[in-house]
Design a binder for this molecule. Structure first.
Ligand SMILES: [Zn+2]
Length: 73
């Protein structure tokens, strides 16, 4: 009984998923500030890829270690 209830609730949620362009993992679209990426980390990673092609963002350190932080959801 309870399991059936939970299942129907899950199906009701608009959990649209997209494929993260950076790592290819499924990323939640709804309520995801980093969409279409799965996480802020992947978003920054992808940003860094095209930024490396002669397009640098001023004010942002290029060191990958400093970009490593959790959004803390
Ligand atoms: Zn990703």
């Amino acid at each position: 009984m309870l399991e059936m209830l939970e299942e129907s609730q899950l199906q009701d949620l608009p959990m649209k998923q997209v494929k993260c362009p950076a790592c290819g993992k499924p990323a939640t679209y709804a309520g995801n500030p980093d969409r279409p990426f799965c996480s802020e980390r992947c978003r920054l990673l992808d940003l860094g890829q095209w930024a490396d092609e002669g397009y640098r963002i001023a004010g942002k350190p290029a060191a990958p270690e400093q970009n490593e932080y959790d959004p803390g959801e």
